[in-house]
Design a protein around this ligand. Structure first.
Ligand code: FAD
Length: 373
C-alpha cells in the first residue's frame, strides 16, 4: 500500500456510507483511500439491508434529519442512473411504491397520523379502499386489514448490487480500496491525527473519516472520550423464492415488511435485537418472519425459503446519525449511526460530508448531527 500522503482522505470502513462518500469525493477530483477490514467492501449491514427508500422531500422537511432524507431521496434516481452508466451494473433501483397496512384500529390510527405528517410535507400518501388494495395486490386478503395506504414514491434498490456498483465506480474514479486492512489504532497528537496502525502497517493521510458502521464508537473512543452512543442492533431477514409479480409493492406492517425483487424473490424482515456484535440468525426469529410473510401473503407458503441472514445496524440512541467533524481534533470526521436508513441516507450523507471535507458551505445544519451529543 502507498502508506503516506499528506493530502488524501482516508475512509475508515467500506460500507455503503464509506463507499458513497469516497465516490462523491473522487467525482470532485479528490484523492481517497478506503481501508476495509473485510475480504470485500460492503459485506456488513450494507449487504444485509432490504434496500427500502421511503418517500421524502427536502424543501418541506420538518427537521434536518428529514431534510437529509429528502436530499438523499432526490439523489437516488440520479445515482442509480450514473452508477449503471459508469459501471454497467444494474442496481435494481425500482419505483415500486409502498403499501402500508394496519390490522387493528389502534394501528390504523397511528398510521393515519403518520400519513397526515407525510401529507403536510407534500408527500403523496393516500388511503385506499379494499377494492383498490385487491386490485393493486391480488394475493392479499383485504378483509384482514382495517386500513391501507399507498405511497407511490417509495422506492427500492438491491443493496448488494448497489455497493458492488459503488465499489467499481470508486475504482474507476481512482479511489484506492484496501481490503483485509483493519484499523487497530488511531494515533492522535496535539489534537491532530498523525496516522493509523492497521493490520497492513502504518498509514498516514491528510484527513480521516470514520465510517465503520456499528464499530464506529469503538474506533472513536481511541481518540476522544465523548459518549457517542452507536450500538449494534441486529436485524434478521429471510428470502422466499417467489414467482415474478406475486407482489408488486413493498408491503409494510408496523416495523416489518415484504420487499419484492424484479426476479420474483421476496425479502421478509426484520427485527431489532440488542445482542452485541453477535451476528447470526435464530430459528425463533426466522419462524416469526416466515409467519409474518405467510399471514400477509398466504400464497407464499407454496414457495421455498432459500436464504436467511442477519446484519448489525449502526444504531444511535436518538435514531439520528452522527455526521460531522469530531470536536477538538483537526482532521478527523465521522459519518455513522444511520441505523435503519443507511442505504437511503447514503447519497445525501455523501454530498454533505464531501462539502464538509472540502470546507464548503452545506445546505444542512450539522449541529443536529453533531458527534458530541
Ligand atoms: C436487516 C436489515 C435491514 C435493513 N434495511 C434497510 C433498508 O431497507 N433501507 C435502508 O436505508 N437501510 C436499511 N438497513 C440499514 C443499513 O443497512 C445500514 O444503516 C447501513 O448499511 C450502514 O452502513 P455503514 O456503511 O455505516 O455500515 P456497514 O455496512 O456495517 O459498513 C461498515 C464497514 O466498516 C468496516 N469496519 C468496521 N470496523 C473496521 C475497522 N476497525 N477497520 C476497517 N474497517 C472496519 C466493516 O467491515 C464494514 O464493512 C438495514 C439493515 C439491516 C441489518
Amino acid at each position: 500500500m502507498n502508506q503516506s500522503s499528506s493530502n488524501d482522505i482516508i475512509m475508515i470502513g467500506g460500507g455503503v456510507i464509506g463507499l458513497s462518500i469516497a465516490y462523491e469525493l473522487a467525482c470532485r477530483g479528490k484523492q481517497v483511500r478506503i481501508l476495509e477490514r473485510g475480504e470485500q467492501v460492503g459485506r456488513e449491514a450494507s449487504w444485509a439491508g432490504a434496500g427500502i427508500l421511503p418517500p421524502a422531500i427536502p424543501d418541506s422537511a420538518l427537521d434536518p434529519s428529514e431534510k437529509l432524507r429528502g436530499i438523499s431521496h432526490q439523489l437516488h434516481p440520479q445515482w442509480a442512473e450514473r452508477l449503471q452508466h459508469e459501471t454497467g451494473i444494474d442496481t435494481g433501483f425500482h419505483r415500486c411504491g409502498g403499501i402500508y397496512l394496519a390490522r387493528k384500529p389502534g394501528e390504523a390510527a397511528s398510521l393515519a397520523g403518520y400519513v397526515s405528517l407525510l401529507n403536510q410535507q407534500g408527500i403523496q400518501a393516500s388511503e385506499i379502499t379494499k377494492y383498490e388494495l385487491l386490485d393493486l395486490e391480488p394475493t392479499l386478503d383485504p378483509d384482514q386489514f382495517h386500513a391501507a395506504y399507498l405511497l407511490p414514491d417509495e422506492l427500492t434498490l438491491r443493496n448488494p448490487r448497489h455497493v458492488k456498483a459503488l465499489a467499481k465506480a470508486c475504482e474507476l474514479h481512482g479511489v484506492q480500496i484496501y481490503t483485509e486492512c483493519e484499523i487497530l489504532d488511531i494515533e492522535c497528537i496535539n489534537g491532530s491525527i498523525t496516522g493509523l496502525q492497521t493490520t497492513s502497517g502504518a498509514v498516514r493521510g491528510g484527513k480521516y473519516c470514520i465510517a465503520a458502521g456499528a464499530w464506529s464508537s469503538t474506533l472513536l473512543k481511541q481518540v476522544i472520550d465523548i459518549p457517542t452512543g452507536i450500538v449494534p442492533i441486529r436485524g434478521q431477514m429471510i428470502l422466499v423464492e417467489g414467482p415474478k409479480n406475486l407482489i408488486r409493492h413493498i408491503l409494510n406492517e408496523g416495523s416489518r415488511y415484504l420487499v419484492p425483487r424484479a426476479d420474483g424473490k421476496i425479502l421478509a424482515g426484520s427485527c431489532e435485537e440488542e445482542v452485541g456484535f453477535q451476528k447470526g440468525t435464530t430459528p425463533q426469529m426466522l419462524e416469526q418472519l416466515a409467519n409474518f410473510a405467510y399471514s400477509l401473503v398466504p400464497a407464499l407458503k407454496e414457495y421455498e425459503i432459500t436464504m436467511s441472514w442477519s446484519g448489525l445496524r449502526p444504531g444511535s440512541f436518538d435514531g439520528v446519525p452522527y455526521i460531522g467533524k469530531v470536536p477538538n481534533v483537526d482532521n478527523l470526521f465521522m459519518a455513522s449511526g444511520h441505523f435503519r436508513s443507511g442505504i437511503h441516507l447514503s447519497t445525501g450523507t455523501a454530498v454533505i460530508m464531501a462539502d464538509l471535507l472540502e470546507g464548503k458551505e452545506s445546505e444542512i445544519n450539522f449541529e443536529h448531527f453533531r458527534i458530541s451529543r
